[in-house]
Each structure stands twice: as structure tokens, then as C-alpha cells.
Ligand binder design. Structure first.
Ligand code: ATP
Ligand code: MG
Length: 174
């Protein structure tokens, strides 16, 4: 899977709609402290289905919505659109939107889907919100300190079999 485009609106410090094209090859994001570099990586994890507000550096999931500043009012919603190329289908567009008091809603290629469906798409492509492909600040120390079971989970995600476990659990419950 290759991420081609990212659109953010009302997400953390990205208050005005912003569009980023990610060209093939290596992309670097540079800027002064606090300009939003980590927020960008968090936006990618978030649209892939991240469910832990703590790992988004927030107390609740609504903390990803632009909170306002002295000169700008807060936003009512946050939205991230990720466009990617995959082996399975040519174009994939995933939208996650959160509104105050209404929770998150997801769309894949224009169709309403569940959070779980989005997680499965990325797990099958051996990527996703918890994939070792996304290394956030402090994560290296966490890998070193991880328990064997947690490390096994990281390996399974890297091997692309995380989605199979989720489906087995689902089948066992039926
Ligand atoms: P560093 O170089 O220090 O790692 P960074 O470029 O990674 O910095 P981020 O951590 O991505 O910076 O951005 C932090 C900024 O985002 C802070 O100024 C913070 O106030 C702002 N921010 C985070 N959440 C929100 C929100 N919900 N509403 C408004 N601003 C927010
Ligand atoms: Mg940072």
C-alpha cells in the first residue's frame, strides 16, 4: 500500500483544510517544535482506525478536534481523508470524521463502514494504526520494554496476519 494523499480539516493544529501529496520515494517533514509534524503522523494512524485517545496524546478522542485559540473559535468536527494505492484495488479512499458528541464515522470509497472494516483493510495490507511501519516518538523505548506477548503482536502485524486473528475471533463468537 502506498499513501498518495492526505487531507486534514479541523484535525488538531490543522484547522484550515490542508492537502498533502506524498510522492513516491522518501518524504521528509521538517519544521520548528510544535508546528504539527507529529500531528501529521497521528492523522495517518487516526484515519487507519486508532481507537486509543492516549496514543493520540489526548484524554478523549474528541481532543483531536481543533480546540481553538485566542483568535480562532474551536471546530465542531475533525476529518482526515487518506488516499492510497493498493495491490488489491487501484484506489482506496478512507475518510474518518469525528463530531463533538457524535463519535467517529468512517467511509471507504464513499460507502459507510464500521471501524472494524477499516482496521481489517490496513491489517491485510500489513499496515495500520499499530503497525511497526509507523514509529512514533517514544515507541523505540516501548518496544525494548515490551512483554513477549506484546512483541509477538508486533511481529504478527509485521507479517500481515493480524487481520486473520480478528476474523477468527469474530467467527468464534458467531
Ligand atoms: P516537536 O518537534 O516538538 O516534536 P511537532 O512538530 O511534532 O513538534 P506536534 O506535536 O505535532 O509538533 O504539534 C503540537 C501542536 O499542536 C501544539 O502547538 C498543540 O497546541 C497543537 N494541538 C494539538 N492538539 C490540538 C487541538 N486539538 N487543537 C489545537 N491545537 C492542537
Ligand atoms: Mg513531534
Amino acid at each position: 500500500m502506498r499513501i498518495k494523499r492526505l487531507k486534514l480539516s479541523g484535525f488538531k493544529s490543522f484547522v484550515e483544510p490542508a492537502e498533502l501529496r506524498i510522492e513516491p520515494g522518501l518524504t521528509g517533514v521538517v519544521g520548528p517544535n510544535g508546528c504539527g509534524k507529529s500531528n501529521l503522523l497521528e492523522a495517518i494512524r487516526w484515519v487507519m482506525g486508532e481507537s486509543s485517545p492516549k496514543s493520540m496524546r489526548g484524554g478523549g478522542m474528541e481532543d483531536v478536534i481543533f480546540a481553538g485559540t485566542e483568535s480562532r473559535p474551536p471546530r465542531a468536527f475533525a476529518e482526515v481523508v487518506l488516499s492510497a494505492e493498493t495491490d488489491a484495488r487501484d484506489d482506496l479512499e478512507v475518510v474518518r470524521r469525528i463530531e463533538r458528541g457524535a463519535g467517529s464515522a468512517y467511509r471507504v470509497n464513499g460507502r459507510d463502514v464500521r471501524a472494524k472494516d477499516v482496521s481489517l483493510i490496513f491489517a491485510d495490507a500489513a499496515t495500520g494504526a499499530h503497525s511497526p511501519a509507523l514509529v512514533s516518538q517514544g515507541r523505540i523505548a516501548a518496544v525494548i520494554a515490551a512483554k513477549p506477548a506484546e512483541r509477538r503482536q508486533m511481529l504478527e502485524e509485521a507479517a500481515g496476519i493480524a487481520g486473520l486473528h480478528a476474523r477468527r475471533k469474530d467467527a468464534e463468537q458467531k
